[in-house]
Design a protein around this ligand. Structure first.
Ligand code: PGA
Length: 257
């Protein structure tokens, strides 16, 4: 199973910054032979996709690109939205769905996240479906209920043949951008629960084939430890992916895992 090391740039980087960051990553990785069992994916803002692609010239497809959001229609009167065909046209192979900032700041429901996930997969993109509980939900003993609902609704419309292009990221909301990483026990328990949901919903073989990433305050010095945990098949990195030096150290941790 390939490890995924993904960079969520969120609402950061102008085109010039994106080009420089992508170029710095590409230049360094070019110096060391790429490991085929580690997939690296960058999620720049839409306006910087083209510039990031220019920065990666020469190393693609060792580093793939993805969009941070997608709308479940091919085209139409959806002001401010973007479709899978547009993302693919901009060089994306991947997209994020259900990021906690989309759910909590922009009010996306799990039903909409499920529609986006199924539509993006159907239209040829690979998807990282993000799930995770808020601190209030965890403290109220709702962790498993929240994860069960988000995984079930997230996968609801996904046919068996598209499952191989789906990954799930467990990102506890209280660990995102806070510097407060989940403990190894918390990560192992949540990932085991997500794995159990995947196998319950899709059967043993298919459920075991879905990669589960951890996200939430991943840094160069905790990446290797998190990657060594059971059912952790990759990392989704926010803040620490915005400097080439720190993201490269996280990539190296993935390559050594
Ligand atoms: P963080 O963000 O690494 O800055 O905590 C992770 C994410 O939101 O995907």
């Amino acid at each position: 199973m390939h490890t995924i090391i993904a960079a969520n740039w969120k609402m950061h980087t102008t085109r010039a910054e994106a080009r420089a960051l992508a170029r710095a990553l590409a230049g360094d990785l070019d110096a060391v032979p790429a490991r085929a069992d580690v997939e690296i994916v960058l999620f720049p803002p839409f306006t910087a996709l083209e510039a990031a692609r220019e920065g990666l010239e020469g190393v693609a497809p060792a580093i793939a690109l993805g969009g941070q959001n997608v709308y479940p229609a091919q085209s139409g009167a959806f002001t401010g939205e973007i479709s899978p065909v547009m993302l693919r046209d901009a060089g994306c192979a991947w997209v994020l769905t259900g990021h906690s900032e989309r759910r909590h700041i922009f009010g996306e429901t799990s039903a909409l996240v499920g529609e986006k996930t199924a539509f993006a997969l159907k239209n040829g993109l690979s998807v990282i479906l993000c799930v995770g509980e808020t601190l209030a939900e965890r403290e109220a003993g709702q962790l498993e209920n929240v994860l069960r609902a988000q995984v079930t609704e997230g996968l609801a419309g996904v046919p068996a043949e598209d499952l191989a292009r789906l990954a799930v990221a467990y990102e506890p909301v209280w660990a995102i951008g806070t510097g407060r990483v989940a403990s190894p026990d918390d990560i192992v328990a949540a990932h085991a629960f997500v794995r159990g949901q995947l196998t319950a919903l899709r059967g043993e073989t298919a459920g075991r084939g879905v990669r589960i990433l951890y996200g939430g305050s991943v840094k160069p010095d905790n990446a290797a430890g998190i990657l060594a945990l059971d059912n952790v098949n990759g990392l989704l990195v926010g803040g620490a992916s915005l400097q080439a030096e720190s993201f490269l150290r996280i990539i190296r941790a993935g390559q050594q895992a």
